[in-house]
Design a protein around this ligand. Structure first.
Ligand code: F6R
Length: 353
């Protein structure tokens, strides 16, 4: 039930801090340590490479998950779009484990891959929000997202849940003490709350940057690149503004030709080691007339940034930085009179290939 909320999407974005906290509780052991089921843990440890299969927003969360498995647990990962993988299978490693990331657990493109890899004798883990869903029933192992039902077509809290669960899985498999993940997830939940508490600020951002534009670009480097792609997808989906997410350094290899006077470029600046590089990329587009909307993280902010979000652990920045992009999409859709919860041409779960 959406209660007093005008839209499910707004309600679901509001729930995000609680979702992160709920997941941390659900994945706690008796001693309060974050952990996962031992069978799943062993299956992951036995693999020489993980193949993550997903679509849309879940694909974007998977790209973050790859960073976690590689950087926290030292396990190599490939991430594939399900509709491509099924018909153009890459050369597989000796002992692969397949991980299906799906909010609904019903995405036909992903199921088709699951059927195929099971025929080949490989094992599969599904990470889904829906217990008993097709992808969960047909996989060997399941982990749940615990995000609660997501009704709005545009996925918000499920993405947050996917990133959170993937961080916990990588951390549990690594058995690392290097990072106090529980504490850092708590800080991330508070950061999301702070952004949500100031959500009305994004109405002004939309009026300034997206009121009449035909198109918009999102740029970022490192993890901000992945969040840029997700931000662009959300904006396209619900506001119908043509948007693309790019790696900051890639624009000058072609796309910069599209920048005209006033083209909005939303830049994410949360990655310390490349913050000067992305600032440089912003200067490049500004020199061609772009209108830059800079979303930076505390500690990297500069005077004139449009939005400054609270600091979180470097690995968890997507949990915070995606939220401004969700709110921008939401208010852009509202401003333009679009049906926020049920955008045209889309269904909540895509059950055809
Ligand atoms: C975007 C969106 C879609 C889904 C995609 C995968 O907001 O909702 O891109 O993320 O269709 O769906 P699931 O995760 O259910 O497999």
């Amino acid at each position: 039930e959406k209660g007093t909320y005008p839209h499910y999407m707004l309600k679901e974005m509001d729930e995000q801090p609680a979702v992160v906290r709920r997941i941390t509780q659900k994945y706690e052991d008796a001693c309060g340590e974050l952990t996962i089921d031992a069978t799943v843990m062993n299956a992951i440890k036995a693999a020489d490479r993980l193949y993550i299969i997903a679509a849309g927003t879940s694909y974007h969360a998977s790209l973050i998950g790859k960073q976690y498995f590689e950087k926290i647990a030292g396990i190599p990962v490939e991430v594939h779009i399900s509709s491509e993988f099924g018909y153009n299978m890459p050369l597989l490693s000796k002992n692969p484990l397949f991980i299906f990331i799906s909010q609904s657990g019903e995405t036909a493109d992903s199921r088709q891959v699951l059927v195929k890899i099971k025929e080949l004798g490989y094992k599969a883990l599904t990470i889904t929000n829906v217990q008993g869903s097709t992808l969960s029933r047909e996989a060997h192992y399941t982990l749940l997202l615990h995000a609660g039902p997501e009704i709005a077509v545009a996925s918000t809290k499920a993405y947050i849940a996917q990133v959170t669960v993937l961080a916990i899985v990588a951390y549990a498999v690594a058995g690392t003490q290097d990072i106090d993940l529980k504490k850092e997830l708590g800080i991330a939940a508070n950061a999301i709350q702070t952004i949500i508490d100031h959500k009305e600020d994004f109405q002004k951002v939309v009026e300034d940057f997206l009121a009449t534009t035909r198109n918009a670009f999102f740029i970022g480097r490192g993890m901000d690149y992945f969040v840029s792609m997700e931000g662009a997808l959300k904006l396209k989906e619900i506001s119908y503004i043509q948007a693309e997410g790019f790696a900051g350094g890639e624009l000058k290899h072609g796309t910069i030709a599209l920048i005209e006077d006033g083209t909005p470029v939303i830049a994410l600046v949360t990655q310390k080691e490349v913050s000067l590089n992305i600032r440089g990329n912003v200067k490049e587009v500004v020199a061609r007339g772009a209108y830059p909307c800079i979303i930076s993280m505390e500690g990297m902010e500069e005077a004139g940034d449009t939005v400054v979000i609270p600091q979180v652990h470097p690995l968890l920045t997507p949990l915070a930085s995606v939220v401004p992009t969700q709110l921008i999409s939401y208010y852009a859709a509202l401003y333009r009179g679009c049906d926020v919860d049920k955008p045209r041409n889309l269904a909540k779960s895509v059950t055809v290939e």
